[in-house]
Design a protein around this ligand. Structure first.
Ligand SMILES: [Zn+2]
Length: 110
């Protein structure tokens, strides 16, 4: 649940990101070493997995819309890109939270 607010998975107080998709090295509230949680590949495929049905729906909608394709195609591309951009930080925050809960905090990146 803390992931939805993009907060530290340990204490729920400190911010998780210092910028878009860049986790802080350590939580500003409790000092948890969030930068050491290995979150490399997980969030990307998880986001695709979650958004997959949404992308299919958008594609169907576009192919059936009574509008010329020069309107619907860029619109669909924008909607899909926007959805991914919005979902990715939340999915990644959830991913980091899950890894954190499992104690997967290592010195080295896997
Ligand atoms: Zn914290």
């Amino acid at each position: 649940m803390r992931a939805l607010r993009m907060r530290c998975p340990s204490c729920g107080e400190g911010r998780l990101y210092r910028s878009y998709l860049k986790p802080v090295d350590a939580c500003s509230a409790c000092g948890a070493p969030l930068g050491r949680v290995p979150s490399e590949d997980g969030p990307a495929w998880l986001t695709v997995l979650i958004l997959g049905p949404f992308l299919v729906a958008v594609t169907l909608l576009v192919s059936r819309a009574p509008l010329p394709s020069w309107i619907t195609l860029p619109g669909a591309a924008l909607a899909v890109t926007g959805a991914v951009m919005l979902a990715l930080p939340v999915v990644k925050a959830g991913w980091i939270g899950i890894l954190w809960a499992m104690g997967k905090v290592g010195e080295s990146q896997e």
